[in-house]
Design a protein around this ligand. Sequence first.
Ligand code: ZN
Ligand code: ZN
Ligand code: ZN
Length: 256
Amino acid sequence: MSPSKVTFLGTGTSQGIPMIACDCAVCQSTDERDKRLRVSVHIEIGGKSFIIDTGPDFRQQVLRAGIKRLDAVLYTHEHKDHTAGMDDVRGFNFHQQSSIPLYARAQVIEQLKREFAYAFGENKYPGVPEIDVYEIDGQPFTVQGINIQPIFVKHFYLDVLGFRFGNFAYVTDANSIAPDEQNKLRNLDVLVINALRKTTHVSHFTLAEALELIADLKPKQAYITHVSHQMGLHAEVQKELPPNVSLAYDGLVLNL
Ligand SMILES: [Zn+2]
Ligand SMILES: [Zn+2]
Ligand SMILES: [Zn+2]
């Protein structure tokens, strides 16, 4: 099964755009598409509501997108720009009167336990996040009846998971993908892939590298996310892209 609706909650790199104290043209732009919170995406699939990653802007993003229900969170990796907002699942605990399932690799779970020690263990203080943690790895898994195929990607030396739901896949924070894992990203209607900027970066694809991968994988449509202020103005960069590729922007909705 593929998603019926995807909402980009955030499309920026770890510092967001505008960056604190930056006077560059992108950070000063009045185009709303140049304002990027930290990366996250909301997926509606089979009547369920999933979010991938809970960065530092999680609360603001959920409010902005009007998300009223959360059935699960999937984590790509343990970097702070993908985990820092987990505490705010409390809002959904309260509203739904239920705990929230989190799906992550073992090393991400360890990181969550360090960052949010108060949400784990015995004798929890009232009002802390109520979460159920499920370990995943490279094998396909099911969340409340929805089949999900993880894809291992490399983020410098770190292993990160991308996720495929039917003919939609989301891959953030990667600078290389092994051939066997790339094969899990073929025959897609939509591929979301990260590209940080045009010049080389140690842990993210450049725009050219992402476009080369897109040309090889041949999704019907591709969207670029995890964008730095160094990429350039949204309107300018968009003009340089092939017809089936778009820069994602915060608030972009795909009705699939
Ligand atoms: Zn990141
Ligand atoms: Zn800037
Ligand atoms: Zn990262």
